[in-house]
Design a protein around this ligand. Structure first.
Ligand code: PLP
Length: 365
C-alpha cells in the first residue's frame, strides 16, 4: 500500500456517531456532525449518515458543496459566518448558516429572495470565549430585524465555547444561554426550533447536568472523529479513539549520536534546537513531514520517541525496536494532525471497507 497514508475505519466512526447521538438523545439534544476536521469527506459523511446522522455542519462552503454534489441526502449547515464574497454559494449549497453580522444576513436574504429560496439562520451569541458571537446586549434588535427580512428564517440561537478562549461550558453559561433564549421567545412570541449549546467540549456539562435548560442541539466534530472529550482530550467511555491510523515508512535507519555536532545555529524553522544526550541511538527517518502532519499531535504506536520533524522528514529514536528500512510505523493522531493529514495531497486516504457487522465497540481500557 502507498505511504504515507491515513487508514480510516468507517465502522468505528459510525459507531462513535451512533453512541453519541443515543447519549445526547437521553436529554433531548440532537446532534449535527461537524465534518471540517476531515475536509468534508463524502465517504465519512456517508458512513455517518448510515449511522443515523441527518445533519452535517462544516466551516467551509467548498466542503458542503462537495458533500451535496456527492448526493448525500441531509441538511447542511455552514458553521462559520459567511464571507460576503461567498453569499451566492452559501444560499445555493447550505440550508442553514450560523451568523453574527446583520450586514451578512441582509445579503443572504437578498440572494435567497432572488433565487426563490429561504436561508435558515441561527444567531450566535458571545458568552465569553471571544470568537464569533453577538453580545447579549445587542441581540434583541438583531432578532427583530432578521424576523422582518424576507428570504431568511430565524430558526435558532447558538453559542460556541472552548475554541478560542478555552472557556469551559458550565452550568452557568449554559443557563445564561437558556435565559437569553427564553427572554427572546417571550419578547417576540416565537419558539426557536434550535438552541445550539456548543460542540464536543459540552460533553462534561451534558453528562453532569440535571437540566439542559432550553438547549436541544450540539454541533459535534472531534468527539465523533477521535472519540475524546476536547476539554481534557480523554477518551469518552465506550468510544473508539483509533478510527484513524497514520502510516509512514522508514527511509533511513542508522546508529548516530543523540546530539548534533558542529557549530549550532538555527534549524529549518528558525529555532535553535536543544537535544538531550542519550549517547548513541538508533535513529529512524520516516518519509513524512510538516507538509503532511502537525509535529505536535502524532503518537507512535510503537515505543519510539519523536526527536524532531522538518518539512519532509520525521526523526524517531527507535533504539532496540528492530526496525528496518522500508518498515512501516503506525501513529495515533490528534485533531490538528488530522486536519493537516486530510488536507495534504501527499497522504493517501485509505477507507477500510465496512464490515457487515456493526462494530462491537472498543475493549474497555
Ligand atoms: C469546529 C466547530 C464545531 C465542532 O467542534 P468540535 O470540537 O470538533 O466538536 C462546532 N461549532 C463551531 C462553530 C465550530 O467552529
Amino acid at each position: 500500500m502507498p505511504a504515507p497514508r491515513i487508514e480510516i475505519e468507517l465502522d468505528k466512526l459510525a459507531y462513535n456517531a451512533s453512541k453519541l447521538t443515543a447519549l445526547y438523545d437521553t436529554k433531548g439534544v440532537c446532534v449535527t456532525a461537524v465534518t471540517k476536521g476531515v475536509c468534508g469527506s463524502p465517504r465519512i459523511a456517508s458512513a455517518l449518515l448510515d449511522s443515523g446522522i441527518h445533519s452535517f455542519g462544516d466551516s467551509r462552503i467548498a466542503n458542503i458543496q462537495k458533500m451535496r454534489q456527492a448526493g448525500l441526502d441531509a441538511q447542511f449547515t455552514l458553521i462559520r459566518s459567511p464571507m460576503p464574497s461567498e453569499i451566492e454559494r452559501v444560499v445555493e449549497f447550505a440550508d442553514v448558516s450560523l451568523n453574527t453580522e446583520i450586514s451578512v444576513i441582509r445579503l443572504l436574504a437578498r440572494q435567497a429572495v432572488k433565487r426563490g429560496k429561504i436561508q435558515r439562520i441561527i444567531l450566535m451569541i458571545e458568552l465569553g470565549d471571544l470568537r464569533e458571537g453577538i453580545l447579549p446586549s445587542d441581540v434583541e434588535p438583531m432578532v427583530a430585524e432578521v424576523m422582518s427580512l424576507r428570504g431568511v428564517k430565524l430558526i435558532g440561537i447558538g453559542t460556541n465555547l472552548a475554541c478560542f478562549g478555552g472557556v469551559r461550558p458550565t452550568e452557568e453559561n449554559m443557563q445564561a444561554l437558556s435565559a437569553i433564549v427564553g427572554n427572546l421567545q417571550r419578547k417576540f412570541g416565537i419558539n426557536f426550533e434550535v438552541v445550539s449549546g456548543g460542540n464536543s467540549a459540552n460533553y462534561q456539562w451534558f453528562v453532569s447536568t440535571s437540566d439542559v435548560g432550553l438547549v436541544n442541539h450540539l454541533r459535534i466534530g472531534e468527539a465523533i472523529l477521535l472519540g475524546c472529550d476536547t476539554l481534557t482530550r480523554e477518551r469518552i467511555p465506550d468510544l473508539y479513539t483509533d478510527a484513524f491510523t497514520l502510516v509512514a515508512e522508514v527511509i533511513e535507519l542508522k546508529t548516530k549520536p543523540s546530539q548534533p555536532y558542529g557549530e549550532i545555529a538555527q534549524d529549518a524553522f528558525g529555532r535553535v534546537p536543544v537535544f538531550e544526550n542519550r549517547g548513541n541511538i538508533e535513529r529512524a527517518i520516516l518519509a513524512i513531514g510538516r507538509q503532511d502532519v502537525d509535529g505536535l499531535t502524532i503518537y507512535p504506536r510503537i515505543k519510539a520517541d519523536i526527536l524532531g520533524i522538518s518539512s519532509d522528514h520525521l526523526i524517531l529514536d527507535v533504539s532496540g525496536l528492530g526496525l528496518e528500512v522500508g518498515a512501516e510505523v503506525q501513529f495515533d493522531i490528534g485533531y490538528s494532525t488530522l486536519l493537516r493529514v486530510m488536507m495534504s495531497s501527499y497522504v493517501e486516504k485509505v477507507y477500510l471497507p465496512r464490515s457487515h457487522l456493526m462494530a462491537q465497540g472498543p475493549s474497555p481500557c
